[in-house]
Design a protein around this ligand. Structure first.
Ligand SMILES: CC(C)(COP(=O)(O)OP(=O)(O)OC[C@H]1O[C@@H](n2cnc3c(N)ncnc32)[C@H](O)[C@@H]1OP(=O)(O)O)[C@@H](O)C(=O)NCCC(=O)NCCS
Length: 168
């Protein structure tokens, strides 16, 4: 069986079966380093130069944090390339009786595959995981021009984001 970041049982069966036959939704695998994962992320933001070893180290770090990092990918089976990705990070809190909050991060669909309902399926898959692991809510940040996409995914505007950057 392929090495995967988390158990495939967290992948929504409904989302998987609604995909066209040439797509597969699954957990991130180490081999995705050579399979378009970073290129897809580059359609979202700066990725930078990441060696294979650094990628594997980060993967192993996440894998050891069982139940915290769920990096989902959509693979185009015709090309063997990752064409969509999104992450759910599960935060453990003291409030709400030591509740869990899900954070949706790093949603990207490759430019050539946008508009095919892959983005909405990624969000549905991450939302499914959040509910399954017991999050009492899921939150995400987005730019105003993407707000309507997330509304179509069933999310609502919950307020403002504040930021202090150290990478300028
Ligand atoms: C935003 C993004 C993830 C959407 O993915 P996608 O696969 O192209 O979107 P989908 O085909 O699943 O769209 C689902 C619905 O949302 C709508 N939609 C998609 N992007 C939208 C946007 N930016 N604004 C408004 N509506 C949008 C679609 O028209 C579609 O509507 P419909 O169901 O009424 O036809 C994708 O365009 C992307 O990766 N963009 C670059 C990276 C990025 O901005 N990521 C989000 C960071 S917050």
């Amino acid at each position: 069986m392929a090495d995967e970041l988390f158990s495939n049982s967290y992948i929504s069966f409904d989302v998987a079966k609604e995909l066209e036959p040439n797509y597969r939704i699954r957990p991130l695998q180490p081999s995705d380093y050579h399979g378009g994962f970073l290129r897809t992320l580059a359609d979202l933001t700066t990725v930078g130069a990441i060696t294979e070893q650094r990628f594997i180290d980060q993967y192993e770090f996440m894998k050891h944090r069982q139940g915290e990092y769920f990096v989902v990918v959509i693979e185009n089976l015709l090309t063997g390339q990752v064409v969509g990705t999104g992450t759910l990070v599960v935060e453990h809190k003291f409030i709400h009786e030591c509740g869990l909050v899900g954070h949706i991060e790093d949603i990207a669909v490759a430019k050539s595959e946008q508009g095919k309902k892959l983005g909405i399926k990624l969000i549905r898959a991450l939302t499914f995981i959040g509910e399954k692991v017991g999050c009492y809510k899921i939150i995400l940040d987005c730019s105003p021009h993407n707000e309507q996409f997330y509304v179509k995914c069933g999310y609502e505007n919950g307020g403002f984001e504040m930021v202090k950057r150290f990478d300028k």
